[in-house]
Design a protein around this ligand. Structure first.
Ligand code: FAD
Length: 483
């Protein structure tokens, strides 16, 4: 039996390897010239940086992929737990580092904001309960696999006093300290959403950070892609790069073939689509229907290489804007790049990232994913300048002037490279509990033989979730075709 996987990002590579292991003949097509999709790498002169994900959570999901393929992860990759998880820099210059240990974090809060210790425990408990419910149901199953998933009405009865409220309001109710609130308000952006519009069930994200840790891959996340591509080569998965799929052919409600932009046609019984959910109708000959209000965030990433070290930084540092609520008004209501963006700075310490004595820095700010936006040279320059301005105000000055090499990924570039309307990183956002937890399913309702994985689909975006989607798809194919 044959399978064509559309997309050589993390979910596509994982799905391809799992299907190959089930005995299918697998071809992976990606419009990009390099595999990895959003998990990719930039090299310039002697500098090297990841361009997409920089932190890994729930490492057991990645471990399980390697285990299921037949070799332990440690044989291929070195992954390390990070402590502290991150440092937060507030507009007044004060700083707060979040230690890896939950107990240490509580101790820190006992001296920093003693009135919030109890509230913090409650937030953690809500996250823990959501996690326990999700672990064996939501995270591991196709959303319509009713036999093992509790129904939504059951979930709504859970004794979770705060879980179904609005995320930001629950945080405000349980925490009094403004800076601590800020730290917790940032988590919904991990799934491209606003803390002011998501349900408090997303408290599972900070819970998971403390429960399973924040990890990184020694040498960069792209090592994961390199391992999987190497494995694909050994196991006979065919990788066709620079090949865009422009159509899915079906006959009597079953998939038959994919059509490539080059004019080639690949016959197949199984198709796994891993691109943006908004672009799938186009492949089926239907009109694209993207509503800007439902798109998740995009990002503006600035990659910089310096001949000399410019700053002593933790691996992950977040420089907060002056007015967080206003920033999200810009992002989601006004749909424009924030006047004052919060900036995440990733400063890898590995020697392969920069020449001796130098430094490589990755700066990222959230940006709106508006399919109608025009990211011309001037708007990109203005947005990048706002990132530098925020860093200067927070004490990290002179980066622009001192950079020897630079590269910018803006929403327009992401939209074109990943075929994702507006450059949205996670398909649709998680605003409202339906969009947060009823993401598009992994088995298309029509035509038969079409499956969907990746950040747009169930269970969601981010490294562990897209790997889980690939697991679910492989299981569905096995069930449906007795593969
Ligand atoms: C800047 C940035 C920072 C991030 N940070 C983190 C982080 O720290 N931690 C974390 O866990 N996650 C992070 N993420 C999210 C994470 O990278 C993604 O959720 C994950 O890599 C998505 O993998 P995927 O396989 O679903 O999709 P993708 O990586 O988008 O792969 C899909 C591929 O399919 C291709 N494709 C689409 N349509 C077609 C077609 N018709 N024909 C051929 N090819 C097609 C696309 O071009 C793409 O290459 C980040 C993402 C970005 C962009």
């Amino acid at each position: 039996m044959r399978a064509v996987v559309i997309g050589a990002g993390l979910s596509g590579l994982a799905a391809a390897l799992r299907l190959r292991r089930l005995g299918l003949t697998v071809t992976v097509c990606d419009n990009g010239e390099r595999p990895g999709g959003k998990m990719n790498r930039w090299r310039a002169a002697d500098f090297c940086l990841d361009t997409g994900p920089t932190l890994l959570t729930m490492p057991e999901v990645l471990r399980r992929l390697f285990h299921d393929l037949g070799e332990p992860l440690e044989q291929h990759l070195e992954i390390r737990r990070l402590d502290p998880h991150a440092e937060y820099v507030f507009p007044d210059g004060s700083r707060l580092a979040v230690p890896a240990s939950w107990e240490e974090w509580l101790k820190e809060i006992a001296s920093f904001a003693p009135a919030d210790v109890q509230g913090l425990r409650r937030l953690h408990e809500v996250g823990r309960r959501i996690y326990l419910v999700s672990r064996e149901t939501f995270f591991r199953n196709h959303p319509l696999a009713a036999s093992r998933s509790p129904s939504w009405s059951t979930l709504r009865q859970l004794p979770l006093r705060y879980a179904w409220g609005n995320y930001a309001r629950v945080v405000a109710r349980l925490l009094r300290n403004e800076r601590l609130r800020r730290v917790y308000l940032r988590y919904p952006t991990y799934v491209g959403s606003s803390p002011y519009l998501t349900p408090a069930t997303l408290l599972v994200i900070p819970f998971l950070e403390h429960h399973t840790g924040v990890w990184f891959v020694q040498g960069g996340m792209y090592r994961i892609v390199e391992s999987l591509v190497g494995w694909a080569g050994h196991s006979g998965v065919q990788l066709r790069l620079g090949e865009q799929v422009v159509g899915i052919e079906h006959e009597r409600a079953r998939v038959r073939a994919v059509r490539l932009a080059s004019g080639a046609r690949l016959q197949t019984e199984v198709i796994v689509y891993t691109g943006d959910s908004a672009s799938l109708p186009l492949l089926l000959g239907e009109p694209i229907r993207t509503r800007p209000a439902t798109r998740s965030l995009s990002g503006l990433v600035v990659l910089l290489g310096f001949e000399r070290k410019v700053a002593e930084l933790h691996r992950h540092t977040v420089f907060f804007s002056e007015d967080y609520r206003e920033e999200f008004e810009d992002l989601f209501s006004r749909r424009r790049f924030p006047r004052d963006p919060t900036v995440y700075v990733h400063a890898p310490a590995e020697s392969e990232c920069a020449p001796a004595g130098g430094q490589a820095l990755y700066l990222m700010a959230n940006a709106p994913a508006d399919p109608a936006a025009c990211w011309d040279e001037q708007s990109v320059r203005e947005a990048v300048d706002r990132i530098f301005a925020r860093l200067e105000r927070s004490g990290l000055a002179g980066l622009k002037q001192r950079a020897a090499v630079a590269e910018v990924w803006h929403p327009g570039r992401m939209a074109a490279r990943f075929l994702a309307p507006g450059g949205a990183i996670y398909g649709d956002n998680s605003h409202g509990w339906r969009r947060a937890f009823l993401r598009p399913p992994n088995r298309a309702r029509w035509p038969r033989g079409l499956y969907c994985a990746g950040g747009s689909y169930h269970p969601g975006g981010g490294i562990p979730m897209v790997l889980l989607s690939a697991e679910i798809v492989a299981r569905l194919v096995q069930q449906d075709f007795q593969a």
